[in-house]
Structure formats: structure tokens, C-alpha cells
Design a protein around this ligand. Structure first.
Ligand code: AHG
Ligand code: MN
Ligand code: MN
Length: 337
């Protein structure tokens, strides 16, 4: 494939890119292709959301006690079914399932990758036709080939991620994924049903002036976070402040904007109940991997990158501050007090 050709599909690109890894077997490209296929099917459903009986809640809750929307369940089933039938996926863990699923057929047992995902991110935006997304990451299993996947395959630090990304179902549908070779974005051309390379080697701009947080909750985030928010809102022409506040409420959409325009996204600890909201394995790790591979930074609030947190539980949640390095540095100074 000529990498400079005008039209390059996701499948062509992943095959081309993953061949650049030493000892590549082509299996990673297949897993990425399968995730892309699942997301095209989810996209089809999302686009018809108002026409078919897909809006609203199912009447059930997930393991985290959150009400499941019909699209949460649909997207989860699609991803599981496609990855179960993939030739190269040993198992999955999903935000919507209590436990991980190890696929126990011979082909899966001999696959080296496991996939974690938030099948439908931004559930509260489904019924109002705002952007929603899917988030995923791929880890190389630590258990031996030929056996079924085990919990330790999933409970790996984000820094071990092999590939991670997201799909945004927005004004257009885009898939963005990162490997250690960089971050690239593909826009879905619905006329040919292919994700086509549209954003090569994505990098955050040097700095940004947009901060994203659910500011209505700022009383719960504590004094230090509130002081940082005051810094964002203060008038200082030299530093280009006040910053602009934008908050979509879909992490995928807020991170996608941060990747393109710069700035930072925050979901701090709720100090009234000591609970963070966003999930380490399905949201924070994949997004931190994408942003860090694009030149940004992520932290839980101390000196540690999100990618250095050792997961102990599949549904573990962590505080997150993520975006331009200079802004992450600034927020850390405020958090240290
Ligand atoms: P999900 O729809 O997968 O449950 O995720 C929603 C998440 C995330 O996308 C978003 O950033 C955040 O929850 C919004 O939370 P608030 O409504 O508390 O701001
Ligand atoms: Mn989510
Ligand atoms: Mn979700």
C-alpha cells in the first residue's frame, strides 16, 4: 500500500501500520478491524435512534447500579458477539458486564489479545441527540496461549496498552485510535461503509484555553479544585484567560475536542462520598493512552499518570485530569496546595 495514497481505509491502514512492529503477526489489525465493524453497526443503530424503538431505558441496571439504556445493551451485545467470533480475541471486559468473559473455543484460547470497552459512552445524551461514543483498549494477555483468559489479563496498567481509541457518533462518525506509533483518525464514509483516514498523526496543540468539568458539582470537588476553577475563570489577558468552559457530558466528545483544540478535561473525586466517577479500565486508561500518545498528559491528581495505576478491580474508578501538559502541571500545583 502506498501510505501517501488519497483514500486509505482503516483496515488498510492498520495492516500497514502494524506490520511496522517487530514480530507482528497481523492479529492486532484483525482485532481493530473487528472493533471497527462493530462500531459501524452501532453507528447504524445510533443514526436511526429516533425512528426505531431504541430510545430510552431498558428497565435494568448494570453492575454499577446505573440504569441501562437500550443502546447501552445493543452496543454491548454487538461488540461481544463480534469479538467472540473474531479469530484473534481471547476475551473481553465491558462496563456493562459484572465479570470479564473468556472465550473458550480453541481459536480464542490461542489468541493473544483481550479487549476492554465502554460500549456506549454518554448514555444521558442518547435521548437528546447529542454526541455519544464507544471507548476501547487492547491489552496483550499475560496468561499462556492455549488457555482461557484470566482476570490478570485485564487488570494490567494502562501503560501496557497495545492500542486504544474511541468512536464518536457526532456530526460525522469518527474512529480515532492510538498505538505507540501515534494517533490517527478515520471518518466514516457512509457511501462506501468504510472508515477512511482523515486525521493523520494527531497531536494536541501546544496549549489550549478550554476547560471541561461538570461545574455544577464543584461544591463536591473540594476547595483545591474550586481554586483551580477560579484560576481558569480569572481575567488575565497575558495568559489568555478567562478560559472557555465547555462540557458535553460525553467523555468521548469532551476528549475529542481536547485532542483537536487543546485544553483539559477533569472528573475529580467527589469528596462528599470519597468516590470518583469514571472507570479506569473502560474510560480513563484508553483515553489517557490516546491523549498521552498525542503529546498530552493525564493524572489522577497526584504525581502518577493514570497509565501507572495498578488496577485491582475490573470496575475500579479513578479521578482524572487530562489534556495539555502545561495545564495538567498547573492543576497539579493547585491540588498540592
Ligand atoms: P456512561 O454513559 O458510559 O455511563 O459515561 C458517562 C460518563 C462520561 O461519558 C461523562 O464524561 C460523565 O459520565 C458525565 O458525568 P456527569 O453527568 O456526572 O457530568
Ligand atoms: Mn462512559
Ligand atoms: Mn457506558
Amino acid at each position: 500500500m502506498n501510505p501517501n495514497r488519497k483514500l486509505i481505509t482503516l483496515d488498510e491502514f492498520t495492516v500497514f501500520q502494524t506490520r511496522q512492529f517487530s514480530n507482528s503477526t497481523g492479529e492486532l489489525a484483525i482485532v481493530l478491524r473487528d472493533i471497527g465493524l462493530a462500531c459501524k453497526l452501532i453507528n447504524k443503530k445510533v443514526n436511526k435512534a429516533g425512528l426505531t424503538d431504541i430510545l430510552g431505558a431498558v428497565g435494568t441496571s448494570n453492575v454499577q447500579g446505573e440504569e441501562q439504556q437500550k443502546l447501552d445493551v445493543y452496543a454491548n451485545d454487538i461488540l461481544i458477539n463480534i469479538l467472540r467470533n473474531s479469530s484473534d480475541c481471547a476475551g473481553i471486559a465491558s462496563e456493562e458486564n459484572d465479570d470479564f468473559i473468556a472465550f473458550d473455543d480453541e481459536m480464542s484460547k490461542n489468541s493473544k489479545y483481550v479487549v476492554m470497552f465502554d460500549p456506549l459512552d454518554g448514555s444521558s445524551n442518547i435521548d437528546v441527540n447529542a454526541s455519544i461514543g464507544t471507548i476501547f483498549c487492547i491489552q496483550r494477555r499475560v496468561s499462556p496461549l492455549g488457555t482461557v483468559a484470566i482476570a490478570e489479563d485485564f487488570l494490567q496498567k494502562g501503560k501496557n496498552i497495545v492500542a486504544a481509541g474511541y468512536v464518536i457518533y457526532g456530526s460525522s462518525t469518527m474512529l480515532v485510535y492510538a498505538t505507540k506509533l501515534g494517533v490517527n483518525g478515520f471518518t466514516l464514509d457512509t457511501s462506501i461503509g468504510e472508515f477512511c483516514l482523515s486525521h493523520r498523526e494527531m497531536k494536541l496543540p501546544e496549549t489550549g484555553k478550554i476547560y471541561a468539568i461538570n461545574q455544577g458539582n464543584s461544591m463536591k470537588f473540594g476547595e483545591k479544585v474550586r481554586q483551580f476553577l477560579d484560576y481558569c475563570m480569572e481575567d488575565n489577558k497575558e495568559e489568555g484567560r478567562p478560559f472557555t468552559h465547555r462540557y458535553i457530558g460525553t467523555m468521548v466528545a469532551d476528549i475529542h475536542r481536547t485532542l483537536i483544540k487543546g485544553g483539559l478535561f477533569m472528573y475529580p473525586l467527589d469528596i462528599t462520598n470519597n468516590k470518583p466517577k469514571l472507570r479506569l479500565l473502560y474510560e480513563c486508561n484508553p483515553m489517557s493512552y490516546v491523549i498521552e500518545m498525542a503529546g498530552g498528559k493525564s493524572t489522577t491528581g497526584d504525581d502518577e499518570s493514570v497509565l501507572d495505576v495498578q488496577p485491582t478491580d475490573l470496575h475500579q474508578r479513578v479521578p482524572i485530569f487530562i489534556g495539555n501538559e502545561n495545564l495538567i502541571q498547573k492543576v497539579k500545583e493547585y491540588l498540592k496546595g
